[in-house]
Unconditional design. Structure first.
Length: 280
């Protein structure tokens, strides 16, 4: 069985583009399941899959995050990776789908978990917002804050890979910078009526396909408004994703022994040990 990719909400599980991509495991919430149930659930996943990679949103309620860390601590397992991700909800859902795609490839669990940090840099995630008055996840200037109170004002906001805010329409700052590689665009409608994402952003970003998905439950809280259309562009081709991950030099975690890429182990969070200086 491939490494299990787990999420904390069913709306983070997007449809797969092919029949080879396995589904993600939706973990039971602390409100619905006692600690004993969560322990049994995680134990079963480890027994079936060997390793579990959990995508943990930075916007999760404290009770959910606390339960995940409690389960890992009680089980004293180095087979559970809790990956804290700063992406907006729809961008996180795309990252989860990419990890699901790669889970059936020949990558070891340590490389798969560490790949999440790499792939995050290639996801362009943002939203069309009717107001940025309460937005605190990216910098908002005083002028943009004031314009939020003008009726009909809309903002194109990019949260990843680099924060960017642009007012649309006359006097606006133009289109947010897009990817310089082939992507597919996914968008989800909130309480904002607009075709801007599909009609203008998609052609400007030269995406190869546009898909609509249901709005994740946490999107309104993440963007601090329900008047939004969330969007995210990501690499859809598993062969390209495979080449990206395979091209990175691999190392061995000095703490848990798992193979990894990048500068930190996804399972035990230990940093890569610096190279030993040669003795003259």
């Amino acid at each position: 069985m491939p490494t299990a990719i787990a999420v904390t909400s069913p709306d983070l599980v997007l449809p797969a583009a092919d029949r080879h991509t396995p589904p993600a495991v939706v973990l039971q919430s602390p409100e619905e399941t006692p600690l004993e149930g969560s322990l049994a659930e995680m134990t079963g996943l480890i027994e079936r899959h060997g390793y579990v990679v959990v995508a943990v949103s930075s916007a999760l309620p404290a009770a959910v995050t606390r339960r995940l860390h409690t389960v890992r601590a009680i089980l004293e397992s180095d087979r559970i990776a809790l990956l804290e991700v700063e992406l907006p909800p729809l961008g996180l859902a795309l990252l989860v789908r990419q990890l699901r795609q790669l889970s059936v490839c020949d990558f070891s669990p340590g490389v798969l978990a560490a790949a999440a940090r790499l792939l995050t840099h290639y996801i362009h995630a943002g939203a069309l917002l009717g107001s940025v008055a309460r937005l605190d996840r990216i910098p908002v200037g005083l002028k943009a804050h004031a314009r939020s109170f003008l009726r009909g004002t809309q903002f194109a906001v990019l949260a990843n890979p680099r924060p960017h805010l642009a007012k649309l329409g006359p006097g606006g700052a133009g289109m947010p910078p897009g990817p310089e590689f082939t992507t597919q665009l996914t968008f989800a409608r909130g309480q904002l009526t607009s075709e801007w994402v599909a009609a203008e952003l998609a052609p400007a970003w030269q995406v190869q396909g546009v898909l609509e998905a249901p709005l994740p439950a946490d999107s309104a809280a993440w963007w601090a408004t329900s008047r939004l259309v969330e969007f995210a562009a990501a690499i859809p081709d598993v062969s390209v994703l495979y080449q990206l991950v395979a091209s990175v030099r691999r190392a061995r975690c000095h703490w848990c022994g798992l193979e990894l890429i990048g500068d930190r182990c996804g399972f035990c969070a230990a940093p890569v040990a610096p190279p030993v200086a040669a003795v003259p």
